[in-house]
Write a protein that binds this ligand. Structure first.
Ligand code: NAD
Length: 365
């Protein structure tokens, strides 16, 4: 089967869907891999490395010609969509909740599409889970960005010039990104606390050496391991607890998300104004509206001396490892979907059924 990788079209996107080591593996499995010239350049994977791994490197037209699978990180551009071969399967982070027109166009073209966001959060699908692999890196990077923006250092330091107190970091939302942010902030020496609405998370937070901020009678575990939206009285109790805690924090990292919904609002403007000047909020939920009321996606807002950083697409800022992990997710998914080198896709199979957002000319999302 022929697998194609295009240069990503989304502005600022530096990742690539497959890296050379993935190509080696796919070729060994009997597939043919074609890569558009320059596709891996921004991630640190030159064309020569793809060629050495057994890929054919060429222009977009030659790359797409006869492709059964087109592997992508983000959505293709309109121009790319017009070139996708009918009958192909597009696999990528397609943000299907907000991709109506794109999915319609794909369906009209006879291109099937699978959204990596829709991977079931099960043990079986863990190695195909790009949400997790990319969120891990985002959580790590958020702490580095916050640490760089702070006017102070994170660890305690005892020196001849005096003893410096460690910074206090608070992580809101302790899913995949949040847990990695906790681990990273701890490694850098901060005193870390965290909050999540899913009670099961408390133990995970504590096992990383962070304190869990308790809010009595709040438990919002939804389906598939995700959180659900809070009721009004729960939300009020959460906001009161967060307000009491946040005013003493130097660094706040927010990662709270509800799938398919705007990000829950957890840090109000008044809370930001209660923080000491120089403190920093890094909002990983910026792209879905932000956990902080002052967040603007892709911008840093300074209010009362507190910086609110609306972080977007952090995995793309560590494109080498983000691509390596994403590529591994894609290869595992393809091996699961297509048992032989030329096999057809079983659209009824559990993981395929969950991830297919366009199939047989119809939008399923
Ligand atoms: P996510 O990105 O959807 O949300 C991030 C975190 O925000 C979650 O922990 C969520 O509980 C929390 N949150 C939501 N609303 C909140 C609020 N109002 N206040 C505070 N926190 C709030 O979640 P995710 O990181 O993708 O992980 C979701 C779940 O899936 C987790 O249980 C994770 O352990 C699980 N998971 C399982 C697998 C697997 O078994 N294959 C893989 C990855 C994740």
């Amino acid at each position: 089967m022929r697998i194609a990788v295009l240069r990503e079209a989304a502005p600022g996107e530096r990742r690539v869907a497959l890296v050379p080591e993935n190509v080696t593996r796919l070729v060994k499995q009997g597939h043919e891999v074609r890569v558009e010239r320059g596709a891996g350049e921004a991630a640190g994977f030159p064309d020569e490395a793809y060629a050495a791994a057994g890929a054919q490197v060429g222009d977009a037209g030659a790359t797409l010609d006869g492709a059964r699978v087109v592997a992508a990180v983000q959505r293709p551009s309109e121009a790319q969509v017009e070139r996708l071969p009918p009958g192909a399967l597009l696999v990528g982070l397609l943000a299907p909740h907000a991709a109506g027109p794109l999915l319609e166009r794909l369906a009209a073209r006879g291109v099937d599409a699978m959204a990596m966001e829709k991977v079931p959060r099960t043990t079986r699908a863990q190695s195909m889970d790009a949400l997790s692999s990319q969120a891990t890196l985002a959580g790590y990077k958020a702490v580095l960005i916050g640490a760089s923006a702070l006017p102070r250092i994170l660890p305690m330091m005892t020196t001849a010039a005096g003893t410096l107190a460690p910074a206090k970091a608070f992580v809101v939302g302790a899913g995949v990104a949040g847990l990695q942010a906790i681990a990273t902030a701890r490694r850098l020496g901060a005193v870390v606390s965290a909050f999540d609405v899913r009670p099961v998370v408390k133990e995970q937070v504590q096992s990383l050496g962070a304190a869990f901020v308790e809010v009595p009678a709040v438990a919002a575990e939804g389906t598939g391991g995700y959180a659900k939206e809070l009721g009004q009285s729960e939300q009020e109790r959460v906001l009161a607890a967060v307000a009491g805690h946040v005013k003493d924090m130097d660094l706040v990292i927010t990662t709270a998300q509800i799938p398919g919904r705007p990000a829950p609002r957890l840090i109000t403007a008044a809370m930001v104004r209660s923080m000491r000047p120089g403190s920093v909020v890094v909002d990983l939920a910026a792209e879905t509206g932000g956990n902080c009321e002052l967040t603007r996606a892709g911008e840093t807002v300074v209010d009362g001396g507190v910086s609110v950083i609306g972080a977007v697409n952090l995995p793309s800022t560590v494109p080498f490892h983000a691509s390596q992990m994403y590529g591994r997710n894609v290869v595992t998914l393809l091996a699961h979907l297509f048992k032989g080198a030329e096999a057809d896709l079983d659209a009824q199979e559990e993981i395929a059924a969950a991830m297919l957002v366009v199939h047989g000319g119809k939008v399923r999302a």
